[in-house]
Design a protein around this ligand. Structure first.
Ligand SMILES: Nc1ncnc2c1ncn2[C@@H]1O[C@H](COP(=O)(O)OP(=O)(O)O)[C@@H](O)[C@H]1O
Ligand SMILES: [Mg+2]
Length: 226
């Protein structure tokens, strides 16, 4: 469902962040993206989300060429992608409910849809009882579950998570990973950047390793490093 073909990305400062990268992410797959800082992981994500354009190559999402999409089509692409970040990126002035609802509002959903979808998305992450609470009153693990709830509320085809457990203790990180596995089992493709060695080693999912902008390893049921 997502294909990167011969992607090269050179930033204006001449830095080559990605160098001839070809990767296919089948529908419903669970993919870890690993590699040292500066390897090109965030750049790869930005190309899928169309925050950046490739210098060469093509990104195909559900059969569409992302690079060639018209600007007015980009919101529809982004609605099909849920994003989760290391630092949660919740709006502190909004309640849990409002944070999740906001993702639907900017997608133009009706209030009838919002009233149904938000409680359902909070239910998935086990936070229905915290709907009226502000993010500042939640633990890190709970805040990340809110951001997962926000990521799934539009029923996306793909969830991209950039080091989602980076700010969580090991036990909380595992709870979050079980949640991602559940979401994956319902058919959502997952692309997760992580430095969590133990988690990658135990989950036995596909591992793609980038180094210096190139794919240096791509293994089914892979490990964090060789
Ligand atoms: N907006 C940018 N402008 C110029 N260089 C960038 C930009 N973003 C990233 N880079 C460079 O591209 C390379 C890859 O960065 P990045 O994709 O952020 O790697 P990672 O996420 O694996 O740490 C690095 O050398 C980084 O400094
Ligand atoms: Mg990065």
């Amino acid at each position: 469902m997502i294909q990167l073909y011969d992607i090269t990305k050179v930033y204006p400062n001449e830095i080559k962040a990605l160098d001839n990268v070809t990767i296919r992410f089948p529908k419903g797959s669970f993919n870890f993206l690993v590699g040292p800082s500066g390897a090109g992981k965030s750049t790869l994500i930005k190309l899928i989300y169309r925050e950046e354009f490739p210098t060469r190559g093509r990104v195909i999402f559900n059969g569409r060429n992302v690079t060639r999409m018209r600007r007015r089509e980009v919101p529809f692409l982004r609605r099909k992608i849920g994003m989760v970040f290391q630092d949660f990126r919740l709006l502190p002035q909004k309640t849990v409910y409002e944070n999740v609802a906001f993702a639907l509002e900017i997608a133009g959903a009706s209030s009838r849809v919002i009233k149904k979808a938000v409680p359902a998305a909070l239910e998935v992450v086990g936070l229905k009882q915290k709907a009226g609470v502000f993010p500042g009153h939640l633990s890190g693990g709970e805040q990340q579950r809110v951001s997962v709830s926000r990521a799934i509320v539009n029923n996306p085809d793909l969830i991209i998570a950039d080091e989602p457990t980076g700010n969580l203790d090991p036990e909380t990180a595992w709870e979050l990973m079980r949640l991602f596995l559940d979401i994956n089992q319902s058919g959502t493709t997952i692309l997760m950047v992580t430095h969590a060695r133990d988690i990658v080693n135990e989950m036995k999912q596909r591992v793609i390793e980038l180094a210096g902008g190139q794919v240096v390893r791509d293994e089914e049921k892979g490990t964090y490093s060789l």
